[in-house]
Ligand binder design. Structure first.
Ligand code: ATP
Ligand code: SKM
Ligand code: MG
Length: 498
């Protein structure tokens, strides 16, 4: 038998190795912490932990299995503690709320200032601890905590107090002050879009924190009358007939917000004096309410500019310094460009798939080629779908796919040539897309494998039926030059991307 000293020396060597390995493990855990902070991911994955313990026990001697289990439980506990602490210590600037998957605030703040800004989902039950610890320097607050958070503050700014909701909190040496920069963002947006609410009769849809903010803004703007419409009390959406002479509708409710795109509770055509619609929602860029307003020629504004402007004012408060005002419109334009899809429309064979692919590669964005997606789903070619099931079947499949794809942000969409014939498809495309019409001379259009334009005569007919619709739906018309690189250049110039 070996002597005790000898055995202890052996243990020391093994411990050195274990400590080295634990250090290496913790370095990875630190990377995981960073990843989880950046991506707003929750810490614990119980199934994964159980699987690991099971695997490690499999590789261990029968009499050591429990030891392995206990040691690993401890390693997991400590690692989780480390991750939680890391996330709390590094969450200096950011947004708290309940479902932040939809938020664009991270990108916006990184355009406006140089601090790192993170998103943090918090459960109602953890709110108290979060504010007790108060490790952050400056945060934004969104649904559903804009009202609830007030009780944790030490001070509240007068405008936020009048509104009764807070979206910005600054921590100055442990003292928390609440502000409402949504108000200033909203007011700025009206100036940017040159609309004055003075002497207007305004309907506000929704009765939450954002509705309170808009009510305050309306008082400050000197509106002649305003009315909040709420699902829960009088007047509700059933009572709208009493307000059909109103001039302005402002939606502060989440109806129509991603992922419930295309929902609206209002029939705008009934309103006789409507001249302005404002939807505070920014994803989708154009809600159904906005698309409907545009269709009847009513000026309509989306929530994106306001979102950028409120972030700008929050940034000034976080940093306690002035930031150049032109940052707002610069950032607005950048975010609009990066978050809107680019949808290519045009005649069959005009180059939508080809230029879509090149654009996606150049801009490093996802590509959705609707025709290809239908072929993949059905397992046969477009020509075969037409032959076997007819055009109506194809059109249905096209709308179904568009309904999902058009909710995306920042993607390239190669649409089917005839998709713009249906109003629902036009709405789906326009909600989030910058639409580019690839206008290619008739004689250059490829006709092979395209059931509706096989014959020259039918191609001419399609052209006369569709040309005006392509022009009307598009934000940009590009005359296709017979050189793909030149064509790409023209598209990028139109988009103003260098
Ligand atoms: N700018 C261009 N210069 C030269 N050739 C081009 C250009 N754009 C597309 N092409 C060619 O034109 C043909 C048709 O292009 P493509 O298949 O991309 O059209 P499409 O609009 O997607 O058609 P469909 O509506 O049938 O899906 C292809 O052979 C492609 O290589
Ligand atoms: O969705 C978002 O990212 C936000 C929405 C509004 O509540 C803002 O007040 C908040 O600052 C950020
Ligand atoms: Mg194509």
């Amino acid at each position: 038998m070996r002597k005790l000293d000898e055995l202890r020396n052996e243990l020391d060597r093994i411990d050195d190795n274990i400590a080295k390995l634990i250090n290496s493990r913790m370095e990875i855990v630190e990377e995981v912490s960073r990843y989880k902070l950046e991506n707003n991911t929750n810490t614990s994955d119980s199934k994964r932990k159980l699987d690991i313990i099971k695997r490690l026990k499999c590789n261990s001697k029968e009499e050591y299995k429990t030891i392995i289990e206990e040691i690993y439980k401890e390693i997991f506990r400590e690692s989780e503690k480390f991750i939680e602490n890391y996330k709390n210590n590094h969450f200096l600037y950011g947004l708290i709320g309940e479902n932040l998957g939809h938020s664009w605030s991270k990108e916006i703040h990184s355009e406006i200032a140089s601090y790192k800004y993170y998103l943090k989902n918090i459960n109602k039950n953890d709110l108290l601890d979060f504010f007790k610890e108060r490790k952050f320097k400056g945060i934004n607050v969104t649904m559903p905590y804009k009202i609830d958070c007030i009780k944790y503050l030490d001070k509240i700014d007068i405008d936020a107090e009048n509104i009764g909701a807070v979206n910005t909190i600054v921590n100055e040496e442990g003292v928390l002050t609440g502000y409402n920069t949504d108000l200033y963002g909203f007011e700025d947006s009206l100036k940017y879009f040159s609309y004055s609410l003075k002497n207007k009769k305004v309907l506000i849809l929704g009765s939450g924190g954002a509705s309170k903010m808009v009510s305050e803004a309306l008082k400050r703007a000197g509106v002649s009358k305003f009315q909040v419409i709420s699902r829960f009390s009088w007047p509700s959406y059933e009572d709208l007939d009493n307000f059909l002479d109103y001039n302005v509708i402002i939606n502060t409710s989440p109806v129509g917000m991603y992922p419930n795109n295309m929902e609206s509770l209002i029939d705008l055509s009934k309103f006789s004096n409507l001249d302005f619609v404002y939807d505070l929602i920014y994803n989708p860029y154009k809600t159904k309410l906005i698309l409907d307003a545009e269709k009847i020629g009513v000026k309509a504004v989306s929530g994106l500019y306001m979102l950028v402007a409120q972030a700008y004012y929050a940034s000034e408060l976080f940093l306690n310094k002035k930031i150049e005002k032109n940052k707002i419109s610069e950032c607005y334009k950048k975010i609009l460009l990066s978050k809107r899809n680019i949808c290519l429309v045009g005649m069959p064979g005009s180059g939508k798939s080809t230029m879509g692919k090149i654009l996606a590669e150049t801009l490093n964005r996802s590509l959705y080629d609707i025709d290809i997606m239908i072929e993949e789903k059905e397992g046969i070619s477009i020509s075969e779908i037409f032959e076997k099931f007819g055009e109506e079947y194809f059109r249905k499949a096209e709308t179904e796919i568009l309904r999902e794809i058009s909710k995306e942000s920042g993607a390239i969409i190669a649409s089917g040539g005839g998709s713009i014939l249906k109003e629902v498809n036009r709405d789906l495309i326009r909600q989030n897309s910058f639409v580019i019409f690839l206008d290619r001379p008739l004689e250059k259009l490829e006709r092979v494998g395209r059931p509706l334009s096989k014959e020259p005569k039918s191609l001419e007919k399609l052209f006369s039926e569709r040309y005006l619709i392509y022009k009307e739906i598009s934000d940009l018309r590009v005359s296709v030059v017979e050189n793909k690189e030149e064509c790409l250049k023209k598209i990028l110039e139109g988009l103003k991307i260098d």
